[in-house]
Ligand binder design. Sequence first.
Ligand SMILES: C[S@@+](CC[C@H](N)C(=O)[O-])C[C@H]1O[C@@H](n2cnc3c(N)ncnc32)[C@H](O)[C@@H]1O
Length: 218
Amino acid sequence: MEPEFWLQRWEAGQTGFHLDEVNRHLEQHWPQLGLHAPAGVFVPLCGKSLDLLWLRGQGHAVLGVELSPKAVEAFFAENGLQPAVLPRPPFVDWHLDGLNILQGDFFDLEPDDTAECWGLWDRASLIALPPGMRARYAAHLTRLMPHGCRGLLVTLEYPQAQMDGPPFSVEGDEVERLFGGDWAITPLAEHDVLEEQPRFRERGLEWLTERIWRMERR
Ligand SMILES: C[S@@+](CC[C@H](N)C(=O)[O-])C[C@H]1O[C@@H](n2cnc3c(N)ncnc32)[C@H](O)[C@@H]1O
């Protein structure tokens, strides 16, 4: 997915991936990571997710990166927050206490930007990308994140022939291939979620599984 695809989706209001509540897997599984505040947490491809606020509410210093200015603007406006906005080329840095969103391209981040991030939350980020970009994403994420950091990854699996992504189906062996060398990855839970996703059922899907992974950077 090229940047233009996402910018247009935000412009057109086609943001069916956005949840109007905090992700339940984050609330359920985050505590078992044992990551103590104020450790930083990185949220790649963050959209306007309410998960950012939940993580900040746990006392973490949260860093998101998001391509779309419209998404970042909406995040702060919809939550009644007034951030300071500063140029930080090639990003625009929107920040307030304990929360930074760098508006720009994830692939422009450098390890210095994420050096204090000891936590990672990836929901609808890896799976937003087509296969070739996923390999690039995983390699860049691995380069960015400090050794010893840990986090959660949420993936979806479904018969890819029945529906075009995004979101894409990313099976366990791909997660292993992408991250297994540099991260210890452990599946924590899986859920059959087709009933909760009528928009995917209407597109012809016969089954849909959501899987939550614990990740720890070696
Ligand atoms: C499927 S959405 C998920 C957003 C968020 N993680 C959530 O759970 O609501 C993917 C987001 O990634 C953003 N995005 C896509 N490519 C990006 C990139 N290269 N750098 C930063 N953000 C990107 C899109 O604009 C979009 O908001």
